[in-house]
Design a protein around this ligand. Structure first.
Ligand SMILES: [Fe+2]
Ligand SMILES: [Fe+2]
Length: 502
């Protein structure tokens, strides 16, 4: 690295680029806020209004600026990955901009209690993570509090403070409950649950007013309380409904890999898996088998099991280009008998790159494309290299018979590499007892270590040992020894069916 290291492994250039992008999005946020707050005011009237309220607006602007400086510092020290890509910064601000629009529109036209307060918490939880969702929930609660308090006249002080506490608590409830949501529609259930604290807080806040007004002989306040509680109910449910409506758009636009999307991508209805099943049934069965092994391996080393399963299911989609050139989809006739080993090797190794392009072109998550590209690393294609060696006396360049890489960059890509090769290796073993299975898997891992295939990811020897044990366990389970049942021949008689030993 030529540039001087700055911060935790970041260069000055990276820090500058991320802070400039952050500042640009901040200005857009302020622009949206200004349009929303001054909407409908005429230019003449706006000048007088700004003269009267200028100090308040300036104070609000300074508070919002400080909140965004704190946010930049939070991401810089806690999750630099967010700042490392313009796409992630845009995602964060996109969530904030949508929330600002909804909060101003609903808050100042309907009621501050009708805002979809848990919307940001739910979106950040699913798209980024729990820790950042907690921070974003605090940030949004404070941002809207500042705008309500200093930039909008029609919101009373009591409403400002109560909407702050409601927004914070409902958001936190949504984050803690949201982690358990397994389907998109279970989020509606969360929306219904977070309504409980919202309605309760609104009720408690309104009780003193109700008591005072009742003494004064005006029981109509009770109706007001019910209306406000109704708004709270609306806000909670709207949080879940808007989350369900906007999540798929953000998932697609920012190509995010959420648990919901993972589940859809790995379901039997997924378009590409259906295509694989129809056009390359052998590859489909192999991929499902690798998915089982990858799941067991990921669980053994504490990696995300859903990610590993999805990556395994899509790792060989590049074979859809020439399915009949791969052993698992061939019958008795082998197309490679007519081809030179160089051409065969070229077709075989292109499936990694084809898989990458195929996944990228369909706007599926980058993570799946990367695993498809990396799952063979720079391994030689032994069969065709050996075939070429037999056919020539001269020197052969092994790179012409090797995959083009890159080597696995993540632990999950390394898992897929090992599970993929182990599945094929164990299938080729004669007696599939635990000893032979263990030998075959050990050979697969050692060969890849010798060829430095794990040099670019942070997998450890301890991880490799755990993966080996998990694979032996899973594969011996698949090919477990069956008891040989004695043969029986059945025949029908007048007195019913009778059996005889064969
Ligand atoms: Fe492959
Ligand atoms: Fe494979």
């Amino acid at each position: 690295m030529t540039q001087k290291e700055f911060g935790r492994g970041w260069t000055k250039g990276q820090t500058l680029k991320s802070s400039l992008l952050f500042a640009l999005h901040f200005l857009i946020f302020i622009g949206i806020a200004a349009v929303l707050l001054f909407w409908g005011r005429r230019f003449g009237g706006l000048g007088v209004y700004l003269k009267e309220q200028g100090a308040n607006y300036l104070y609000a602007l300074f508070c919002i600026f400080l909140l965004f400086v704190v946010s930049y510092c939070y991401f810089y020290f806690e999750n630099k990955q967010i700042l490392s890509s313009g796409k992630n910064i845009a995602l964060i601000f996109c969530i904030l901009d949508i929330y600002l629009l909804l909060s101003c529109f609903i808050g100042y036209r309907i009621s501050v209690y009708a805002r979809p307060i848990a919307f940001v918490a739910l979106l950040t939880l699913v798209l980024i993570g729990r820790r950042d969702a907690i921070f974003m929930n605090i940030l949004c609660s404070l941002l809207i509090f500042v705008i309500d308090t200093f930039a909008v006249e029609q919101v009373s002080a009591k409403e400002c403070y109560s909407s702050l506490i409601i927004s914070f608590t409902a958001g936190m409830f949504a984050i803690f409950l949201g982690g358990k949501a397994r389907t998109r529609f279970s989020v509606i259930g969360i929306g219904m649950i977070i309504v409980i604290p919202i309605v309760f807080i609104i009720f408690l806040l309104a009780v003193p007013d109700f008591a005072a007004e009742t003494v004064a002989g005006q029981p109509s306040v009770f109706q007001g309380i019910l209306t406000q509680m109704g708004y709270g109910l609306f806000g909670g449910v709207m949080s879940a409904v808007l989350f369900l409506a906007i999540l798929p758009i953000l998932e697609k636009a920012f190509n995010c890999l959420t648990d919901f999307r993972l589940r859809e991508l790995t379901s039997s209805d997924a378009e590409i898996l259906k295509k694989l099943k129809e056009e390359a049934p052998g590859t489909y069965n192999h991929s499902m088998m690798v998915a089982q092994l990858a799941e067991a391996s990921a669980a053994a080393i504490g990696e995300n099991v859903d990610y590993a399963r999805a990556a395994a299911m899509y790792h060989d989609v590049g074979k859809l280009h020439y399915p009949e050139h791969f052993t698992e989809n061939q019958g008795d006739y082998n197309l490679h008998d007519e081809l030179t080993p160089e051409l065969s090797a070229d077709i075989i190794r292109s499936h990694a790159k084809d898989g990458y392009t195929f996944i990228r072109n369909r706007h599926l998550p980058d993570f799946l494309a990367d695993v498809a590209l990396e799952h063979h690393g720079t391994m030689p294609i032994r069969y065709f290299y050996a075939k070429a060696l037999k056919m020539t006396d001269g020197e052969l360049n092994i790179e012409d018979f090797s995959y083009m890489g890159p080597k696995p960059q993540t632990k999950i890509a390394a898992i897929i590499m090992i599970a993929d090769a182990s599945e094929a290796a164990v299938r080729a073993v004669g007696a599939k007892d635990p000893i032979n299975t263990e030998k075959a898997i050990r050979a697969v891992i050692e060969e890849r270590m010798d060829l430095e295939q794990f040099a670019e990811c942070d997998i450890t020897i301890a991880d490799l040992t755990k993966i080996r044990l998990a694979l032996v366990n899973a594969l011996t389970g698949v090919y477990h020894h069956r008891i040989k049942y004695p043969g029986i021949k059945y025949r029908r008689t007048e007195n019913g069916t009778k059996g005889e030993s064969e």
